[in-house]
Every structure is written in structure tokens, then in C-alpha cells.
Design a protein around this ligand. Structure first.
Ligand code: NAP
Length: 306
């Protein structure tokens, strides 16, 4: 039986480790503080932000959400970020993307002070990652490394293939695996014979946003498979096809009107991998845990603790 890499368990471990650090900060100066900027009314973003604020609340991190209207201009949003940069009680600033089309997203993200960039997206922090210097790492990739570390999956000397080259997942996770001495290949939509490249992987990371695309012929027997994808299946036909008429999944679809699936085929991976992350319950829970981690680390730097 393959090992299921349980993201909920690791999330709970990370949060439990953060609690005494947060208490120490609160006792010494002030609790860590996170500001989340949510522009407009994107329903998916609203759910993400609600979950982030709730995680702060559960841990005793001060949080603030700033919700300007969807009509905001780039200059107005820059002014909000500059104000947050100045405020001493705010250790972390997260600008929820996507931003409305009239806003220059790159300019806004560049304005976030690198010291308060708890997403790890600022070019200064990307540079620190490339140079293997300490600094905040992008949350989802950092969560994947925590998961591998805590399940004692060997990385050094292993062949690793990352499918997807985005700035928020593919590239940073590839760099983190490289730092842990894996031999890393990054693939994308123009990679020829993708299944053959993926079959070389001892550690395969799928981050494309393509429902159940990684089937049996992409997976080496005994590989560790990390599924970052979060895709919603909206038709009963898709659910029946991908989950091979699973009565439980069809019942779940009938009840909720959709079913979530990763980028890896959920049945094929269970047959070929030695360890894998389920969807949901694998990588997903770790992203917010690592956001909390980055916020606490930023507050500790401010307080001169590390
Ligand atoms: P993205 O920015 O859309 O990037 C997708 C990448 O996949 C691109 O590099 C693209 O290649 C590549 N790709 C697309 N189709 C491909 C194909 N058929 N063959 C090979 N490569 C292909 O996506 P992202 O933001 O990295 O997110 C990826 C997935 O992870 C999404 O499902 C997203 O929802 C999920 N996600 C989950 C979490 C979490 O917390 N669990 C966090 C972030 C993202 P090109 O560069 O050539 O276009």
C-alpha cells in the first residue's frame, strides 16, 4: 500500500510548533500581525482570505483585512501598500491575486516591502531563494518541502521532475528541491514526450492546473508523487470518467454539484506510487500553514529574536 502524505497532519504539527513562538512574541512586544488586501468581490479569493484570517485568529496572530472596491486604481492600491509598509504592528502583507485588470499587479507586488513579503514573491526574496540565502519562501513550495521532510522522503541524489514553471509553484519548488540536492528537471506545456520525462522521476511534482492529467504512464513504479493541482469537475460525465464510476464520488457530485480533483489521476497514482499527496488533504492545507510560518518569522526578525 502506498503511503498517503497527509497535509492536514503536517499543517497541525506546524501550527502547534508556531504557538509558543507566537506567545513569546506577544509576551515580549506584540503578537505577529498580518494584513490581507482583498480587492473587489472575487468569490474564490474571498474564501481564501477568510481561511487565512481564521488561521490567524486560531493562532493568536493579529490580522486585518483591507477590502477596497474592484474599481480601485493602481495608485490608490500603492498608497494602501505603502501605508502598511510603514505600520510597525504589521509584519506581513499579502495582496490577494488576481487583481482587477486596470491594476498593474507587478507594480503593486513590487511595492510590498521585502521584509513584509510573507508570500515570498518579491524579486528580492526570489533572489534570496536562488542564492540560498535565508528569507521567506513561497508558501505552497515551502509546504511541499516540509511535507517531504516530515515524512522522511529522501531528496538528496534523487531525480525530481516538476511539471509547471509558474513563479508561485513550479520554479520555487524546483529551486527548493535543487537546494536539497535533487537532480531537477522542470517541464512545461512545450516539453516533448512529457510521460517519458516524468517516468524518470523519483519525486514527481505536478503543478499544471490540468485535471487528472498525470496518468499511470507518467509515473515510475515506487515514485513519490506530489499533486499541487486543485481542479473542480463540474459535470457528472467527468466525475464518472475520472473516478471510474465510483459510487461515492458520484454521490458527492450529486450532493454538491462538483468534485475536486488534482493534476494527478487519483486512482492511477495509488497503484504506482510509493507515497503521494491526496487531493484534497495533501498540499492544500500546507499553504496557509506556511503563510503563518512566514508571518511569525517576519515578526521574530522585527523583534530581533532571529
Ligand atoms: P499556472 O500559473 O497556470 O502555471 C501552469 C503551468 O503548467 C505552466 O508552466 C504551464 O506551462 C504548465 N502546463 C499547463 N498545461 C500543461 C501541459 N498540458 N503539459 C505540461 N505543462 C503544462 O498555474 P499555478 O498557479 O502554478 O497552479 C498550478 C495548479 O496548482 C493549479 O491547479 C492551482 O489551482 C494549483 N495551486 C494549488 C495551491 C495549493 O495551495 N494547493 C497553490 C497554488 C496553486 P507553460 O508555462 O508552458 O504555459
Amino acid at each position: 500500500m502506498p503511503q498517503i502524505l497527509d497535509g492536514n497532519r503536517v499543517r497541525d504539527e506546524i501550527k502547534a510548533e508556531l504557538k509558543p513562538r507566537i506567545e513569546a512574541l506577544a509576551g515580549r512586544a506584540a503578537p505577529p500581525g498580518l494584513a490581507v488586501v482583498l480587492v473587489g468581490n472575487n468569490p474564490a479569493s474571498e474564501i481564501y482570505v477568510r481561511n487565512k484570517i481564521k488561521a490567524c485568529h486560531d493562532l493568536g496572530i493579529y490580522s486585518e483585512s483591507i477590502t477596497p472596491p474592484g474599481s480601485i486604481s493602481t495608485e490608490e492600491l500603492l498608497a494602501i501598500v505603502r501605508d502598511l509598509n510603514r505600520r510597525a504592528e504589521i509584519d506581513g502583507i499579502l495582496v490577494q491575486v488576481p487583481l482587477p485588470s486596470q491594476v498593474d499587479t507587478k507594480r503593486v507586488l513590487l511595492e510590498v516591502s521585502p521584509e513584509k513579503d510573507v508570500d515570498g514573491f518579491h524579486p528580492c526574496n526570489v533572489g534570496r531563494l536562488v542564492a540560498a540565502l535565508p528569507g521567506p519562501r513561497a508558501c505552497t513550495p515551502a509546504g511541499i518541502l516540509e511535507l517531504l521532510k516530515r515524512y522522511r522522503i529522501p531528496i538528496a541524489g534523487k531525480r525530481s521532475v516538476v511539471v509547471g514553471r509558474s513563479d508561485i509553484v513550479g520554479k520555487p519548488v524546483a529551486l527548493l528541491l535543487l537546494q536539497q540536492h535533487a537532480t531537477v528537471t522542470i517541464c512545461h506545456s512545450k516539453t516533448p514526450d512529457l510521460p517519458a520525462v516524468c517516468r524518470e522521476a523519483d519525486i514527481l511534482v505536478a503543478a499544471m492546473g490540468r485535471a487528472a492529467m498525470i496518468t499511470s504512464d507518467y509515473i515510475k513504479q515506487g515514485a513519490t508523487v506530489i499533486d499541487v493541482g486543485t481542479n473542480r469537475l463540474d459535470t457528472r460525465e467527468d466525475v464518472a470518467r475520472i473516478f471510474r464510476n465510483s459510487p461515492q464520488k458520484l454521490a458527492s457530485f450529486d450532493k454538491r454539484g462538483s468534485v475536486v480533483v488534482g493534476d494527478v489521476h487519483p486512482l492511477d497514482v495509488a497503484e504506482k506510487a510509493s507515497a503521494y499527496t491526496p487531493v484534497p488533504g495533501g498540499v492544500g492545507p500546507l499553504t496557509i500553514a506556511m503563510l503563518m510560518f512566514n508571518t511569525v518569522a517576519a515578526a521574530e526578525r522585527r523583534a530581533g529574536i532571529c
